[in-house]
Design a protein around this ligand. Structure first.
Ligand code: NDP
Length: 346
């Protein structure tokens, strides 16, 4: 085993707040491995909106905190308890892995071995880091929250389908881009909303057959027009507070509203009696509960990597920021200046 450094660079949050809370440090201790963990030398770290919630304190974690929920890199050490010779979990020193776990904003992260997936040949470390969390979100939500069936073989034709109507807010964003593509793969008729012409064009390129400019158009009226007054069967809403009331208007009878994020702020408490008028199913899905069991995580990750390798789902990288400039990444993301995925380079 190679000798490991004692200290590393990383981003530490000592007090929650604005981007100034993200402090660049060069003397953080390299984590010591506990049972079941591997040490990953991160190469690319994915920036996700959830990172801003931990920074601001909307979501709570013990401080001081190295936040960050996904990365990809190389295994440099394994706890002796990790079965490195087990062929079903080929985790060994030198193997490239991607993971969804905690404490990714650093040079090195101790990752539960059950959370790390070897990156297949043909997929770059950068693409793996850029697609894992949001790709798994889209895949699990489309399958489990919307209940869409697994696409059969490779026969599915892209284009307008006979499947259910689906609406994705922020359809040019990271999670939104993945959701649109995944819904298309699963045969849905997809409407994407996005703020501005350029973002609408990206939503269209992601595969949304209809796009609505949320900055310039009346979204509810347009969606009713597109669906012939019927409304949509499933809505994926990561915007939250600003769009929730419109969701209740746009969803079809017996439809599903999946509120999965708070980009504009959390949705205030809801009177459930309001759901009765159309028998609406209201959900608050979270990726982590869909991949809590290793078999689930492995199966979805395998499927995601296959979709990426086959070119059926693509990831567009908005910008790669040096780790030290993570504050700019948060500013851009919260300022609605980005499309696709933001990465940090170690
Ligand atoms: P995005 O790349 O989608 O960026 C956020 C987008 O939200 C913006 O680009 C903007 O798009 C839109 N938006 C609308 N109103 C606002 C506002 N007031 N402030 C900021 N943005 C706004 O980010 P992510 O892909 O990282 O995340 C999207 C959402 O998905 C987040 O809410 C995140 O928490 C959630 N998420 C939830 C998961 C779960 O398991 N529950 C997993 C992954 C993501 P536009 O200008 O087009 O409106």
């Amino acid at each position: 085993m190679m000798s490991l450094p004692k200290t590393m660079s990383g981003i530490l949050i000592e007090e929650t707040g604005g981007v100034e809370a993200l402090q660049w440090k060069t003397d953080l201790p390299v984590p010591e491995l506990k049972e079941g963990e591997i040490l990953v030398r991160n190469e690319f770290v994915g920036v996700n909106y959830i990172d801003t919630y931990f920074r601001t304190g909307l979501y709570r974690a013990p401080l001081p905190l190295v936040t960050g929920k996904e990365a990809a890199g190389v295994i440099i050490a394994l706890h002796p308890s990790v079965p490195s010779s087990d062929p079903t979990t080929p985790l060994k020193e030198g193997v490239r892995v991607a993971y969804v776990a905690d404490h990714a904003y650093a040079e090195y992260t101790a990752v539960p071995a059950t959370c790390a997936s070897p990156i297949p040949e043909g997929l770059s470390t950068e693409t793996a880091a850029a697609s894992l969390l949001q790709g798994l979100t889209a895949l699990t939500f489309v399958r489990e929250a919307a209940g869409l069936a697994r696409p059969r073989g490779t026969t599915h034709q892209l284009g307008v389908s006979e499947g259910p109507w689906a609406l994705v807010h922020a359809a040019a964003g990271g999670a939104g881009s993945m959701l649109v593509q995944m819904l298309v793969v699963h045969g849905a008729k997809v409407i994407g909303t996005a703020g501005g012409k350029e973002k609408c064009e990206i939503a269209r390129r992601n595969g949304a057959q209809w796009v609505v400019d949320s900055k310039a158009e009346d979204v509810v009226a347009r969606v009713k027009e597109i669906t012939g007054g019927r409304g949509v069967d499933v809505i994926f809403d990561g915007v939250g507070k600003a769009t929730f009331e419109a969701d209740l208007e746009m969803v079809a009878r017996k439809g599903t509203v999946a509120v999965f994020g708070n980009a504009s702020g959390p949705v205030p408490p809801v009177d459930v009696l309001r759901l009765g008028a159309k028998n609406i199913k209201l959900m608050r899905p979270v990726l982590f509960s869909y991949i809590a069991i290793k078999e689930e995580r492995d199966a979805y990750t395998k499927e995601l990597f296959e979709l990426l390798l086959a070119g059926k789902v693509n990831v567009k990288i908005h910008h790669v920021y040096p780790l030290k400039e993570v504050g700019s990444a948060h500013t851009d993301l919260e300022g609605r200046k980005t499309t696709g995925k933001l990465l940090l380079k170690i």
